[in-house]
Ligand binder design. Structure first.
Ligand code: ATP
Ligand code: MG
Length: 308
């Protein structure tokens, strides 16, 4: 349903998107998970036809976004990361303005607006100016605007960023509902738990590239199947690495004062790990053990932790 081939985009000498290809079949909820600056928004902007790629192509339901922009855009809904709202207009007026760009019959648009005001919990607040809205209300309206023409394909760019838990739940419930109704969804986030609980498949992105794609279960295997151990202490990264050289461990990250490793299942346990570290002169002050997860995979692939 969404077909993306070798997309590239540079800003000056910075390659923001560096050859992204993907296929999202109809009805799938696909997530882009990546830290700040990974290139998520730039990719979504190119898929939605807002930003011209330097290279590559995008089609939605076999319609090329660049040669047939109008037809493609009718199928698409975009919920942008940066709120696109007219502050002086009401929620209903905003929906009317943005919805009228899609050539829907007037009665149909009005019915859709009532439905979406209700779904995002803004029915009672449809009239006042948006400038009086809380951050969560604005996010919910931003979502409704992207969905008001009931598009078959929806691009959501960090739809829950910076809002309270209740507004977040409302938004995530809606995303789940439209997925269940058969909408094809491409969703970006830097919340691991969101990606984990929502998406059928996830692409882990960094520096403009997709590092790995798969279901949560498939991705979890990338870091190995053994326990993931985090150790802290007054050591430097180089010594930590040296102490574990040629051992049955996979170093996911090593920094000064903290290291994370994945143990080779059945071949190294925590006691043996501590012993090796001790032999290498590494003092451990704190240790924690987890099962392999999306988080450990993310660490392994990007060398970074995701933070809100
Ligand atoms: N208009 C622009 N001009 C110059 N550089 C840009 C522009 N837009 C984005 N960039 C740069 O391109 C890279 C990718 O940015 P992008 O916004 O796509 O990342 P992102 O994954 O959406 O990040 P975030 O999680 O912060 O939203 C970043 O290094 C960013 O600074
Ligand atoms: Mg972004």
């Amino acid at each position: 349903m969404i077909h993306v081939e070798d997309l590239q985009k540079s800003y000056g000498s910075l390659r923001a998107v560096d050859g992204i290809s993907l296929d999202v079949p109809e009805g799938e909820l696909f997530g882009f998970l990546g830290p700040n600056g990974a290139g998520k928004t730039t990719t979504l902007s190119m898929i939605s036809g807002l930003l011209k790629p330097d290279r590559g192509r995008v089609s939605i339901a076999d319609i090329d976004v660049w040669s047939s922009p109008k037809a493609a855009k009718r199928l698409l809904g975009l919920v942008p990361q940066d709120l696109a709202l007219y502050e002086e207009l009401s929620a209903r007026e905003n929906l009317m303005f943005w919805g009228s760009l899609f050539d829907l019959p007037r009665a149909k648009l009005k019915a859709n607006i009532d439905l979406w005001l209700d779904r995002v919990g803004l029915k009672e607040r449809a009239k006042g100016p948006v400038s009086k809205f809380s951050g969560g209300m604005k996010r919910r309206l931003n979502l409704a605007i992207g969905l008001v023409h009931n598009p078959r394909v929806v691009l959501l760019d960090e739809p829950t960023v910076g809002i309270d838990p209740q507004a977040r739940k409302n938004i995530l419930d809606i995303v789940r509902d439209i997925a269940r109704e058969g909408t094809t969804i491409l969703f970006t986030t830097h919340h691991l738990e969101e990606a984990e609980s929502l998406c059928d498949r996830i692409a882990i992105m960094d520096h403009g590239r997709i590092l790995e794609t798969g279901s949560v279960e498939e991705l979890a295997k990338v870091a190995g199947d053994g326990d993931v151990v985090t150790v802290n202490g007054p050591f430097d990264a180089g010594r930590f690495r040296a102490a574990l050289e040629n051992q049955n461990v996979n170093i996911l990250t090593a920094g000064d004062g903290a290291g994370v490793v994945s143990l080779a299942s059945g071949r190294m346990n925590v006691v043996a790990l501590l012993q090796k570290l001790g032999e290498g002169g590494i003092e451990v002050t704190d240790i924690s053990i987890q099962k392999p997860s999306l988080e450990s995979v993310f660490l392994k692939l990007t060398g970074r932790e995701l933070r809100d």
